[in-house]
Design a protein around this ligand. Structure first.
Ligand SMILES: Cc1cc2nc3c(=O)[nH]c(=O)nc-3n(C[C@H](O)[C@H](O)[C@H](O)COP(=O)(O)OP(=O)(O)OC[C@H]3O[C@@H](n4cnc5c(N)ncnc54)[C@H](O)[C@@H]3O)c2cc1C
Length: 482
């Protein structure tokens, strides 16, 4: 499509990436962001010297981010140095066993018969890595670097298709004989919000990547990703308008003509890239009569991801857990208990300590803790009053206080209502679509509305910063070519 001026809705990493691609093609790109800061779910906010994440906590597959940056003609290594989290996970099990999962396949079981069990787990991990590594490579180096297409999946991964049937619980049972080790491995995917029996088996590639490469944090925190993209976009002449929410996409004679801002201003554009998710775009930014049937159906049937209560604490004291992320968990087949509110006090939970690999995110001697706890998914957003969220957060903090000394100086609590209102996440669902959504449930980059393109969450499988960057590139490529 020939476009002189493109308007981008949303200044998260996907909107910024789309803007860079367009600007490199010599197209005028104007980006409109509702909040007063860029980066969306991959940004940070400083409160009293504590640098808190506004969403993403780590980079899971750094090679994919390298590819995404390379696609934007950016050298990730020099622009965005990463710090490796060598021990990403530790799990405490009810019988007193603790299990740490590190990079380079370093694992350790402390408990009865720990040395022998560690040796066995290490051997099983080696076999599992050998089995899944080829598919991880195909995902990272090929499938996720192109718009999702079934023919491409079949062409590139046909040898592995039989492995992709079934769920992650069955795969872990097949590969790991020690029930407690299985529990620790299953807990790595708790952040998907899915019961392990309903977690698609392909998500094991994230676990395989972690067991080899660990997890990563950009130096100076997650906000550095969007800072680099923002600087590049500006240098290329991109226009950025923060605190400028978009009210509607202008459609005239069946064609996209620009935007109407909430301040009433009209912006003319030849095309629009919306990065606020398929559901929000088609239910809030267009009038129902403008939404094609196929998109109406997709919105109605969209399987949403889970909601959560985010609890972030700034501590005066330094805490030094065994790993960046710590799980207090039951065995694998009981772990759905972490996905619903726990009656009578929280027993099972996990928390992350970003200051363990990066102490400078807190004032000297201090720490940051982040927890995401399950909420009742049936509660309407309006039920999340200040009182309700404080009560839910205090229950989680009490559970944490049984394991760590907490000298709390800053509390930052985000309810599903806050995620919906402050971060503009559809219905407060953290990843938009469920990570278990099928390819045909995702939204297309080129929509049936002439001149309207989509990027960001809901256009790619699962979640993740690197895939979001790629989605911005794909939407821009769908508009102006590679
Ligand atoms: C709690 C949480 C934890 C996560 N953890 C991780 C993790 O550890 N690792 C990882 O890789 N990924 C993680 N993710 C996912 C990752 O953060 C996202 O996939 C990615 O940041 C999404 O980027 P985006 O640009 O697509 O969307 P967003 O970041 O949501 O950007 C969209 C932007 O659009 C703006 N906007 C919305 N409506 C309007 C409007 N009407 N007008 C103008 N602007 C508007 C929003 O304010 C926002 O800035 C997490 C996400 C969440 C929510």
């Amino acid at each position: 499509m020939k476009a002189n001026h493109v308007a981008i809705i949303g200044g998260g990493v996907s909107g910024l990436a789309a803007g860079i691609h367009l600007a490199r093609k010599g197209i005028r790109a104007s980006l409109f962001e509702a909040n007063d800061r860029l980066g969306g779910c991959c940004s940070t906010t400083e409160v009293d010297g504590y640098t808190f994440n506004n969403g993403a906590m780590f980079i899971a597959v750094p090679r994919l981010l390298d590819h995404a940056f390379a696609r934007l003609q950016l050298d990730r290594a020099s622009l965005l140095p990463l710090r490796r989290i060598a021990t990403p996970q530790a799990s405490q099990l009810p019988g007193g066993t603790s299990i740490t999962l590190g990079d380079r396949q370093h694992v350790r079981i402390d408990g009865d018969d720990g040395d022998a069990r560690t040796a066995k787990l290490q051997a099983e991990i080696e076999r599992c890595v050998e089995k899944w590594n080829p598919l991880l490579k195909i995902f990272t180096d090929d499938l996720l670097t192109h718009p999702m297409s079934l023919p491409r999946v079949i062409a590139k991964a046909w040898r592995h298709l039989p492995k992709l049937r079934g769920n992650l619980a069955d795969e872990l049972k097949r590969n790991f004989s020690d029930p407690e080790a299985r529990a620790a491995l299953a807990a790595v995917t708790l952040y998907t919000g899915l019961p392990i029996e309903r977690t698609p088996v392909f998500l094991i590639v994230g676990l395989i990547s972690m067991l080899q490469d660990g997890l990563h944090l950009p130096e100076s925190g997650m906000g550095a990703v969007s800072d680099v993209l923002h600087t590049t976009f500006r240098e290329l002449g991109g226009q950025v308008h923060t605190s400028t929410p978009v009210a509607k996409i202008r459609i005239e004679d069946g064609r996209t003509r620009g935007l109407i801002l909430e301040n009433g201003e009209s912006v003319a554009a030849d095309a629009v890239i919306s990065t606020v998710g398929g559901m929000t775009t088609f239910t809030h930014l267009l009038d129902p009569s403008q939404v094609p049937r196929a998109m109406q159906r997709r919105v109605q049937r969209a399987p949403l991801s889970h909601r959560t209560l985010g609890i972030q604490l700034g501590l005066r004291n330094r805490i030094q857990p065994m790993a960046h992320s710590v799980n207090h968990i039951p065995l694998m087949d009981q772990q759905q208990r972490l996905l619903a509110p726990q009656a009578g006090g929280i027993e099972w939970f996990n928390y992350t300590v970003p200051t363990l690999p990066m102490p400078e995110l807190a004032p000297p001697g201090g720490s940051i803790v982040e927890m995401f706890t399950a909420v009742d998914e049936r509660l309407p957003l309006d039920a999340w009053t200040e009182q309700a969220k404080t009560a839910a957060a205090e229950a989680a903090i009490a559970a944490l206080a049984r394991h760590q000394p907490l000298e709390i100086v800053v509390k930052r609590i985000s309810s599903p209502k806050d995620y919906a209102e402050r971060m503009h996440l559809f219905a407060g669902s953290v990843y938009g679509l469920s990570p278990a959504a099928r390819p045909d449930q995702q939204f297309p980059h080129a929509t049936p509305v002439d001149g309207l393109y989509l990027a960001g969450q809901t256009t790619y499988p699962g979640f993740g910063v690197a895939t979001s960057v790629f989605s911005g590139v794909f939407a821009a490529e769908a508009l102006v070519g590679p």
